[in-house]
Design a protein around this ligand. Structure first.
Ligand code: ATP
Ligand code: MG
Length: 427
């Protein structure tokens, strides 16, 4: 036998036992975003590499070392999308969706980053992204946070907390950057290799370092909040006022900087303590400069992204996943003519009972073997169709999950009535 080919490291199959969880969450997310007036947009998974370099920033982790970039047969440099915002803005500009208009948009799908795979960190992972264009805020900032807070409520999640910060205008950030670089230069020898490198390229990211040895130096660093421009201070204060109105608790974390270059003013993260190091399940912020950076007229924008795998892991951790999808009935057929009659019966049942899930035994075999399959299928009922039943126009209904019902032989109308009550959970 030749060696079997495996999936790519960090890219996972989502198996039939798991897909119901995904469908449950995806359905809930669709309803949630619709409740706030967001409309779906679907972008290609591959974009020109240039798009990500120009939007995310050349010296970010994503662009420097995480992108799946390749040349296609024309020699063009393409990249599997590492996030959705850049493609979403690109699509909006390309189709004139931002021309004197506001947009509330969402998308969901796979993203790709060549990171070191570990719990909660994959090379193909999924995000729900939502973006709002043309709202200077902070009302929309608060609305977006309220939407995410509603999601945790709907899902019954307990262990999530909100951190917010303001990055200020790009001018204010540039001024702060200089102050910060000066500070870290004074402590250069105590920095780790990564931070030394970042000092040249992206010094704000040092604040985000997870290295415990840097904790003290970082704690002593000048705070971005002391260097905000006046308008950003006002914006941030009004956002906090809104969050207070909504009764949403938060912590201001002046070290929250986010990994992408394009953020300005509001940034936020929802963090759980239940998933170890990969605790951020939702992250977002305002990126007012990006539209112009990608060739559009200046325009305001804010967005968030939810990591679906991490959210599912948290749901599992907190025991909030829905029970497995049940199969209502498994049709067992024995004897001459019953298999063909059974196939027709199952069709009639599906016609009459909305939502009924019935599996017809296929592939032959005796009664015992078929009953074993019925049991293993997880079905609630076995429907047994033997020669006698076919002749009499009846079906034998056998409970498989300890229901109070006795096994009984019913005419078709009574069977439909009984199964319909079961499917509709009326008993
Ligand atoms: P992190 O600091 O965990 O690397 P990030 O800042 O790179 O996150 P974003 O680009 O803001 O993450 O993505 C938004 C969300 O998508 C994250 O909060 C997380 O839930 C999820 N996410 C990001 N990268 C991955 C990954 N490699 N695997 C699984 N989920 C991810
Ligand atoms: Mg990352």
């Amino acid at each position: 036998m030749s060696k079997r080919i495996q999936s790519i490291r960090g890219m996972h199959d989502i198996l039939p036992e798991q897909t119901p969880h995904w469908q449950f969450l995806e359905g809930l997310l669709r309803d949630l975003v619709a409740a706030y007036g967001y409309r779906e947009i679907r972008m290609p998974i591959v974009e020109k590499t240039e798009l990500f370099k120009r939007s995310i920033g050349e010296v970010t982790d994503i662009v420097e070392k995480e992108m799946y970039t390749f040349e296609d047969r024309n020699g063009d440099s393409l990249t599997l999308r590492p996030e959705g915002t850049a493609g979403c803005v690109r699509a909006c500009l390309e189709h004139g969706l931002l021309h004197n208009q506001q947009q509330r948009l969402w998308y969901m799908g796979p993203m790709f980053r060549h990171e070191r795979p570990q719990k909660g960190r994959y090379r193909q992972f999924h995000q729900l992204g939502i973006e709002a264009f043309g709202f200077p805020g902070p009302d929309i900032d608060a609305e977006m946070i309220a939407l995410s807070a509603r999601l945790w409520r709907l899902l019954g999640l307990k262990d999530v907390r909100l951190e917010i910060n303001s990055l200020g205008s790009s001018e204010a950030r540039a001024a702060y950057r200089a102050v910060l670089v000066a500070y870290f230069r004074d402590h250069f020898d105590a920095l780790d290799e990564e931070s030394k490198r970042r000092l040249e390229t992206n010094p704000l990211r040092i604040l985000d370092s997870k290295n415990p040895e840097l904790e003290e130096i970082i704690a002593g660093a000048p705070s971005l909040l002391d260097h905000l421009d006046e308008e950003s201070v006002e914006h941030f204060a009004r956002l906090r006022e809104r969050l207070d109105d909504l009764g949403i608790e938060y912590r201001v974390n002046p070290r929250l900087v986010r990994g992408l270059d394009y953020y300005s003013r509001t940034v936020f993260e929802w963090i759980t303590g239940s998933l170890g190091a990969q605790g951020t399940i939702c992250a977002g912020g305002r990126y007012d400069g990006l539209i112009e950076q990608l060739g559009g007229k200046p325009g305001t924008a804010i967005g968030l992204a939810i990591g679906i795998e991490r959210l599912l892991a948290l749901l599992e951790e907190e025991g909030r996943l829905p029970p497995p999808v049940e199969c209502h009935a498994y049709l067992v057929t024995v004897g001459e003519g019953s298999e063909r009659a059974g196939a027709l019966l199952a069709e009639r049942l599906r016609d009459r009972i909305a939502g009924l899930r019935v599996v017809c035994h296929a592939g032959g075999g005796g009664f015992k073997a078929q009953m074993k399959r019925a049991d293993r299928s997880g079905a609630d009922w076995a429907l047994i169709l033997g020669e006698d039943e076919v002749t009499a126009g009846t079906v034998t209904l056998k409970p498989l999950r300890g229901q109070a019902d006795e096994q009984q032989t019913l005419d078709e109308a009574s069977l439909i009535e009984r199964l319909a009550r079961w499917v509709n959970k009326e008993d």
